[in-house]
Design a protein around this ligand. Structure first.
Ligand code: AHR
Length: 502
């Protein structure tokens, strides 16, 4: 029996809504088919965006969307994706499946999608194969209000008003697909490129994100900060607002990856243990950031995270299409609890990717769309957005060992919203054991006002034939009295409870 004490008056840090952000790349069927079907499609759409997908995403309260990549970002030349569609350049998406990219989804379409979703925008610029001029002109095209060559071009293309760029990424994975650079070389390029990401409207500052490390490349983090930190001082406000980090969970390693749906119990625990590794990564990269930025002004931007399996048999390997089971629900629950706990430093995180790619929240097939187990967890956790992390501690938690892998049976995070409602999210990592959790609020009496669970046999997943095998269900297996609650967590489950003071 584990014990959770919630210090309900001790707020620790703010949970930026952007921690629940998403990522959409020109990769496989994420943008095309998954989100954008074009105005002439038989699938119901508004300005080319699938209505079913947009509606489902709105229920998640998607706070922010990153685009156009990923590796695609450092091959993307934005001028190919503006103007009349029939004149837009067709090119080969060399990185992802060698398919034709007709550029029918470009800058205008991205902002239209974000308008429909009501979310913030995160544009990733091209450092690897682009120029400073190209990047600078893109920013001018998107955000300059007055008379200028790029603002005039935007107006000619039908958009009078400038858009808002909330975040701008200066390159992506520049240690790899974004140019195979060494950290000091990239850091110098960052200094140069970011200079020309001009903020034309001081009321709408663009937060600049510097390309960070892959997984445990602490040398990258240290070197990049070393080369740039003289400009991270207050007088260089706006020089760097975020430093990114990418981490994917591959159950069997990068080469083999492993099946999305066929795995044994040991691989279940191995996968969850690898998901928990996010905590160590955020902590250790965070310590390096603390050396240069003790006041935590620069956010850690985990702009790609999620599971990455061997793609579904029979699909294009370059499309990264995979199924999504209860295991993915637990990976999401564990990882989001880690981000909440580190919300003093982690200011944004983007699940990779939004539709039909990697740990997607939605899958589509023609006109059909299904919600994955990960979708339901993101829906449970939406209440943490914009909340204040509360001090909470778990004791008496059993450790589960399988082969060389070991995980705690339960993980948690707790936040309070503006109305004083406390959201508790709990994961039971055990394949077959229930767990009774005793909760104590340090002060005051509480009642449960909402509670749901996402659970099932560990391989369960939704298909187009059976779309509701895994859903978010009402949860009733608890008792709440005074300042205490006893909660019976089902095996392999993600449970969310909301408490209100009596
Ligand atoms: O999300 C798929 C790919 O993973 C992205 O394009 C790249 O940034 C990362 O390696």
């Amino acid at each position: 029996m584990s014990e959770l004490v919630i210090n309900n008056h001790k707020e620790v840090s703010h949970i930026n809504p952007e921690v629940y952000g998403h990522f959409s790349e020109h990769l496989g069927r994420c943008i095309y088919e998954g989100i954008y079907v074009g105005e002439n499609s038989d699938i119901e759409n508004i300005n080319g965006m699938r209505c079913d997908v947009v509606e489902a995403l709105k229920e998640l309260k998607v706070p922010l969307l990153r685009w156009p990549g990923g590796c695609f970002a450092d091959e993307y030349h934005w001028k190919d994706g503006i103007g009349p569609k029939e004149n837009r350049k067709k090119m080969v998406n060399t990185h992802w499946g060698g398919v034709v990219e007709d550029n029918s989804f470009g800058t205008h379409e991205f902002f239209e999608l974000c308008r429909q979703l009501g979310c913030k925008t995160y544009i990733n610029g091209n450092v690897g194969s682009g120029t400073v001029q190209e990047m600078s002109e893109w920013v001018e095209y998107m955000t300059f209000e007055g008379v200028s060559p790029m603002a005039d071009l935007r107006k000619k293309n039908g958009h009078e008003e400038p858009w808002t760029i909330d975040y701008f990424g200066v390159g992506n994975e520049n240690w790899g697909c974004g140019g195979n650079m060494r950290p000091s070389y990239y850091a110098d390029l960052y200094r140069r490129f970011q200079t020309y990401v001009r903020v034309y409207n001081p009321d709408k500052p663009i937060k600049k994100v510097c390309g960070g490390a892959n997984v445990d490349d602490f040398h990258w983090t240290k070197t990049v900060l070393d080369v740039t930190h003289d400009h991270t001082l207050p007088q260089f406000h706006g020089f760097m607002d975020g430093l990114s980090l990418h981490y994917y969970v591959h159950p069997e390693g990068w080469e083999i990856k492993g099946s999305a749906t066929e795995f044994d119990e040991e691989v279940w625990y191995k996968t969850l243990s690898k998901a928990l590794y996010m905590d160590e990564l955020v902590t250790r990269h965070g310590h390096i950031m603390d050396e240069y930025d003790p006041d935590k002004k620069i956010g850690m931007i985990v702009d790609e995270w999620g599971t990455w399996y061997t793609c579904e048999p029979g699909t294009n390997p370059g499309f990264l299409y995979q199924q999504n089971t209860i295991r993915d629900a637990l990976v999401a629950g564990i990882t989001l609890n880690v981000f909440n706990k580190h919300s003093d430093r982690v200011k944004m995180a983007n699940l990779a990717q939004m539709v039909n790619v990697l740990q997607a929240v939605l899958l589509t097939e023609g006109e059909k769309m299904i919600k994955t187990p990960t979708y339901h967890v993101m829906h449970q956790y939406r209440y943490h957005q914009d909340g204040e992390l509360l001090d909470s501690s778990l004791t008496n938690v059993e450790n589960i060992t399988a082969g060389e892998w070991s995980v705690p049976k339960v993980t948690e995070s707790v936040s309070v919203d503006k109305d004083g409602i406390i959201t508790v999210t709990l994961n039971n990592l055990s394949v077959d054991d229930k767990e009774t959790l005793n909760v104590t609020f340090a002060d005051g009496d509480y009642e449960v006002v909402e509670s749901t669970v996402v659970t099932g046999e560990i391989h369960e997943h939704n298909t187009f034939e059976n779309p509701e095998v895994v859903t978010e269900d009402n949860f009733t297996d608890y008792e709440c009295k005074g300042n205490k609650a006893t909660i019976n967590l089902a095996p392999s489950s993600v449970t969310m409870l909301r408490f209100k003071a009596k």
